[in-house]
Structure formats: C-alpha cells, structure tokens
Ligand binder design. Structure first.
Ligand code: PNW
Length: 481
C-alpha cells in the first residue's frame, strides 16, 4: 500500500464523523467503584489466552482520564463518540439494583461529550459479560437474556434522551463464534451447541433489549445493532465453491440478519448444524420479539475472506470430535489465501469489499440506513524527526475505505456516518497491547496521548468534509515500540 494519494472526494453535509472505543479495551480500573469481574477479566488473567499475558487491568486508564480524553476528542473535531457501557460496572453480578457509582461514570462522560458538542453513541454490550452470569450459563442460557433486558432498562433510564444512538450489541458473531466456536475470545469454551444457543439468545436479547430501551424512552428512541458482516468471496465460479461461500454466509451473517431484519432463521442454518443442536432454544414468540424496527444498521468492516469447497473432503463423521472453529457446520468449507496487502493483524486490505457489502445491503434492505461503526487498521507506528507519530499506512487505509464508502453512496447506499476504530490505542483482545488501532498513540508507561499523523489527517477531513491528500510513506522508518 503505497502512501501518496491526492485530495479526494467530498462527503455530504450532515454525514456524522466520529471515533469508537469499548469499555474493557480502554477503561482499566477494573476493581474500582463497585465494578464486578467480567468474562474478559477472567479470560485475560488465564495464562495463555492473551498475547504477552496482557490484561485490561489498566488499559488506557480512561476511567481516570475522561476530562482529558473528551478534550482530545474535541481537539480532533469529533462529532460523535461511540463507547460501550461496562455491564459489570452497572450490576457487579449482572443482577439486582444498579450501582450508582457505575452509572455516575457514564452520566458524567455523556454530559462532558454534550458540553463538547459530541454526540454519544452508546453500545450496551461490547463483550464484557458479568462473570457471575457466565457462571450461570452465559449467553447459552436463556436467563441471561432477561438479565440483559433489566440492564438495558437501567442504562436507558440513567442516560435517557442524551444518547444519540443506542446499539444493543457489538458483533454478536464474536461473542457466539469466537467465545464458543474457536474459543479465541472469552469465555473460551468451544462447543457448537453453546455457540448456536448463544446466537439465538443474543438475537433475543437484542429484540427485547431494544424494546426495553423504547419502553423507557419512547418508541422514537433510536436503536441499532452492530454486525461484523463477513464478506466471503468464492475462490472460483464452480458451484461447489459458490455453495461454500453461501454456507459461511448463512452461519456467520444470516443467523443474525434473518431473524433481526426478516423474521426467520434460514433453513440452511438448521440443516447444517443439526448434528449439534435441534434449535429447541427457539421458543414460540421469540421470532416476533427479535424483530424490532431499527433506525440504522451498524456495520464494522475490516477485511474479506476467500473461501471454497474443501479440496480434500473430510468424511462427515457424526461421532468425530468438534474441532474448534468459527465456521460451525461448515466442515466442507476451506479458506484460501487472499491476495493483496495486509495489516499487522494479518487481515487483507480490500476496500472494494466494503463498497460491495454496502451495495448488497442497500439492494436487500433499501429503507435501512447504515452507519459504519468501526473501520480502521493496526499498523506499526514510526517515529518522525520532530517527535510526531508517523502512520501513513493507517492513513492510506482510512482514505481508501472512506473512498469505498463514498463510491457506495454515489451508487445509492444510504450511509449516515463513519466511526473510526479506534480513537486511541487499546487492549486488542487476544492480541493484548501488541496491536495498535488508534489515531491517538497511547504510551502505556506514562499514559501520554499523542495524536498520530492519521489523527491530524482525520481532523482535517472532519473540518473540510473532504478526503485530504495522503503523503508518501517515510523512506527509512524508525519503528516505535
Ligand atoms: C472488532 N476476528 O473485533 C471489535 O468490535 C473491536 O473491539 C476490535 O478492537 C476491532 O474489531 C479490531 O479487532 C474483532 O477475529 C476482533 O474475526 C476479532 C475478529 C473480528 C472482530
């Protein structure tokens, strides 16, 4: 990905520019003010689960730095800030009365954002389930749905109409399939039956939780959900490869889009997973409860995948032990190497995939506006001669993906805003602090924040509404550690 790009396209007035974070990734202060443990505290403190043995105990210490972090957002010119509420700060065990100190933290954050002219976009669940609820079965248990509904009502009551947009869940795919498929994320219990029950309970909690928010704030309270829809590109036009891509679409995307937006699970999902579950966790009335009107669909986009039919077929032995994977019921499918450049995550860079995805969504759900709720990249930062943080590769990634969003908008997609991942470097889940997505660098020794070159570029974009030019990459980069 070479750096230099000329000044580019202009975005419409009213397009919402912001940045995103999540509670466990930035807050730290995990035992303060009555916060209980979450599954990510347990997971990150389990040896071998997170790179470098990193935990979110301190993270970017945002819990103690709200005034300066909001000032930073103001300095960048952000119009919106997407953050998540840590459920275990609000209810330490996931049940019972609200913890006033936990609510006070978010109450203060929201007030400060509004004072700075920044719209709060609130994610109710970004993966930090109270550990006590995991001990009672987690998302595989139907009771967790009711606990979530209570929690959603508490937060809606406390933050009220100051919130610009409510997001019920961030990437339920990750909770179900990284938490219970591959086991790479908390709670790290690979079991396909638990994964699929979690899919359904996350859907049900979305519907009932969204209804709870509207019961408190009125039917016009703006509600969304954020998905990391996976783009599966078939490795060839061979019908078997096209069917493989479709199978992954069903298991990864359609089990969410189907019930949430169309009122039904796809039959193929049942057929593919029949050896793991009979789906009896779907009870009468659930599908009606899940489908609520959404004001906007949140979309997180990073990369694409190349897939096809498995070249050396494995015998579909019903007795074979489950091999941890996110692709549950897709044993006949294989991943292929994507061509093109990669980020430090090893993820391929494919802006065209974002245009295609937005246009697919537009064709299928023409009346549903989309907000990009995450997009960004992990690249190594390098030290500039004057102490600046040079991250041209990140800026180029942002430029190309925003250009891809603009292309989709030109072709009719209704995209309302872009919330960059991430405002600042943070705890990157299983990768700990070894991967940085921020447009603000965090020095984890001093907690000093430095706006990176990408941050200055983004500020200019927000100020002008037009993609600024991207400079050439430095010839002899001096990597920052
Ligand atoms: C998303 N995967 O996570 C999350 O919403 C963010 O919290 C996270 O920091 C960001 O993307 C960057 O990773 C994902 O393995 C984590 O497929 C892992 C995967 C997908 C999304």
């Amino acid at each position: 990905m070479s750096g230099v790009r000329p000044a580019g396209r202009r975005f419409p007035d009213g397009f919402l520019w912001g940045a995103a974070t999540a509670a466990y990734q930035i807050e730290g202060a995990v035992t303060e003010d009555g916060r209980g443990p979450s599954i990510w505290d347990t997971f990150s403190h389990t040896p071998g689960k997170v790179a470098g043995g990193d935990t979110g105990d301190v993270a970017a210490d945002h819990y103690h730095r709200v005034p300066q972090d909001v000032a930073l957002m103001g300095d960048l010119g952000l119009q919106a800030y997407r953050f998540s509420v840590a459920w275990p700060r609000i209810q330490a065990t996931g049940r019972g009365p609200a913890n006033p100190l936990g609510l006070a933290f978010y109450d203060d954050l929201v007030d400060r954002l509004l004072q700075a002219g920044i719209k709060p976009v609130v994610t109710l669940y970004h993966w930090d389930l109270p550990q006590a609820l995991q001990d009672a079965g987690g998302w595989a248990s139907r009771d967790t749905v009711h606990r979530y509904v209570d929690y959603a009502a508490i937060v809606a009551e406390a933050l009220g109409d100051r919130v610009h947009l409510w997001t019920t869940f961030n990437e339920p795919w990750c909770s179900a399939y990284l938490g219970h498929g591959s086991g790479e994320h908390a709670p790290g219990i690979p079991d396909p039956a638990l994964a699929l029950a979690s899919v359904h309970h996350l859907n049900l909690a979305h519907g009932l939780g969204g209804r709870a928010v509207r019961a408190v704030l009125g039917d016009d309270a703006p509600v969304s959900v954020t998905y990391n829809l996976q783009v599966h590109q078939a490795v060839s036009d061979d019908p078997a490869d096209l069917a493989a891509a479709r199978a992954l679409d069903v298991v990864a995307n359609e089990v969410f889009l189907g019930p949430v937006l169309e009122g039904a699970y796809p039959e193929e999902a049942f057929a593919r997973t029949a050896r793991f579950t009979d789906w009896s966790f779907v009870q009468d009335g659930d599908l009606a409860d899940i489908r609520i009107p959404l004001d906007v669909l949140g979309l997180n986009y990073y990369n694409t995948s190349r897939v096809g039919a498995r070249r050396a077929p494995v015998a579909a032995d019903p007795e074979a032990p489950f091999v941890p994977t996110t692709a549950i019921g897709c044993e006949d499918v294989e991943w292929f190497e994507q061509p093109g450049p990669r980020t430090q995550m090893g993820w391929n860079v494919d802006p065209q995939g974002l245009t295609d995805l937005l246009l697919d969504l537009h064709r299928r759900f023409p009346d549903l506006p989309v907000m990009i709720t995450e997009n960004g990249a992990a690249f190594e930062d390098v030290a500039g001669p004057g102490g600046e943080v040079v991250d041209t590769a990140r800026t180029a990634y942002l430029y190309d993906h925003l250009d891809a969003v603009g292309a989709a908008m030109d072709a009719g997609a209704d995209v309302r805003g872009y919330l960059l991942w991430s405002l600042m470097d943070n705890f990157e889940w299983a990768w700990g602090y070894s991967r940085r997505f921020g447009i603000v660098r965090v020095d984890y020794d001093t907690q000093r924040r430095t706006v990176k070159d990408s941050g200055a570029w983004y500020r200019e974009l927000i100020r002008t509404g037009r993609l600024p030019a991207v400079p050439t990459e430095p010839s002899s980069p001096d990597p920052l550690t």
